[in-house]
Design a protein around this ligand. Structure first.
Ligand code: SF4
Length: 379
């Protein structure tokens, strides 16, 4: 018999997670979510890791849901004091039909004009399309759909079993098309690409084609991570439900590893990049431009540096070089002044004085500034 979910009222003291810097994938500076636990219960979910999961038994993660009843009120108070930047928001698991906390939190973002990134496995997000389009007229909205297979994929049935409580893949693809028709930026988040189920070349081609055909403008990809109790839960489930995959994953994820040690990620990333270029979409999410943003140029330069880090990763460049460019991105992100004014005032020497920016990269950034950096410029 299918286990029923229980909903536990919960009153946290804070709701807004403030990250020191925007991440280089989704460009999120804040995050705020109204539920702890997720009824979609994907077998691979990293939120079962000890540091995220509220339960000692990770099996409870999908069935014991803490409902942060005061989330909208807490968010309203937090945003009244926070500089405007992108918030990762919106949890559209089945609980949301009943409690509508994600919707109320979106209303707060609309009141305050905060840009929003929604990453979801559910077409329930369409219920809030009215709010999302209204917000998009004030501040950028991005809705990304988690999808690692299509109905045409050979691994379709296996992926469905890995995400057996989540809405059907077909409904998510259809929802993407509807979000695109509403004029919002949308795309695919192919995370995690599961070895042996959906990392074959034919599926990569399908993912890119289906994204482009459904109005998606980007496709982000990444691999599976496994840690502590989430790792134990995953392997236990794999042995019982996917015995044919068990030995592959045991080999790829030896004890103590976090990512897959023997998985050919850079080659898969390069293949996706070539496919995306051919389809006219990006394998990176464009950084949202916030209207009236005083440090827009800083953010454009950070985006360009972050794109360079990703290109270096795909090219399997030395780790040291990737860190050098990543630190340069952080140095520019941390600069409180407008980068253009800073450069006109202090020149290249001023850039060289920024902590974390190497002389080599200070020269590169100075060259971009002299030429006039534009959003989305390739590195
Ligand atoms: S939808 Fe996301 S948060 Fe929910 S179980 Fe799946 S991977 Fe985890």
């Amino acid at each position: 018999m299918r286990r029923r979910a229980e909903f536990l009222p919960y009153q946290p003291r804070t709701i807004l997670n403030k990250h020191p810097r925007a991440d280089h994938w989704f460009w999120v500076r804040y995050s705020a979510y109204p539920y702890l636990g997720c009824q979609h219960g994907c077998l691979f979910c990293y939120c079962r890791e000890r540091k995220f999961c509220p339960h000692p038994d990770p099996a409870d993660f999908a069935y014991s849901i803490r409902v942060k009843e005061n989330a909208p009120a807490l968010l309203r108070r937090a945003l009244s004091r926070a500089p405007v930047d992108v918030i990762g928001l919106g949890d559209y698991q089945p609980a949301e039909r009943r409690f509508q906390l994600s919707r109320q939190m979106l209303e707060v973002c609309l009141e305050r004009g905060f840009p929003v990134l929604i990453l979801t496995r559910s077409p329930l997000v369409l219920r809030d399309l009215d709010l999302l389009t209204a917000l998009n007229a004030r501040a950028p909205v991005v809705v990304a759909f988690s999808l690692v297979a299509t109905p045409e994929s050979a691994g379709y049935a296996g992926v469905r079993r890995m995400e057996h409580l989540a809405p059907a893949l077909e409904k998510r693809w259809a929802a993407m098309a509807e979000v695109a028709r509403a004029g919002l930026l949308t795309g695919t988040c192919c995370m995690p690409i599961l070895p042996g189920l959906c990392d074959d070349d034919a599926n990569l081609e399908l993912l890119v084609r289906w994204t482009a055909d459904h109005g998606g403008r980007f496709l982000l990809a990444g691999g599976l991570t496994l840690a502590d109790q989430q790792r134990a839960f995953f392997f236990e489930t794999l042995r019982a439900a996917f015995p044919d995959l068990s030995s592959l994953y045991t080999r790829l994820y030896p004890e103590g590893s976090y990512g897959a040690a023997g998985w050919p990620w850079p080659a898969i990333g390069r293949r996706l990049r070539a496919l995306c270029q051919r389809a006219g979409i990006s394998d990176r999410m464009p950084r949202p431009i916030i209207p009236g943003e005083k440090r827009a140029l800083n953010k454009q330069v950070v985006e360009r540096l972050a794109n360079e880090v990703y290109a270096l990763e795909l090219a399997e460049a030395p780790e040291a070089r990737r860190w050098e460019v990543r630190r340069a991105a952080w140095a520019i992100e941390d600069l409180a002044q407008d980068l253009g004014l800073f450069y006109r005032t202090f020149g290249r020497r001023g850039l060289e004085g920024l902590p974390g920016l190497s002389p080599d990269l200070a020269g590169t950034v100075a060259g971009w500034l002299a030429a006039g950096a534009r959003p989305g410029d390739g590195a």
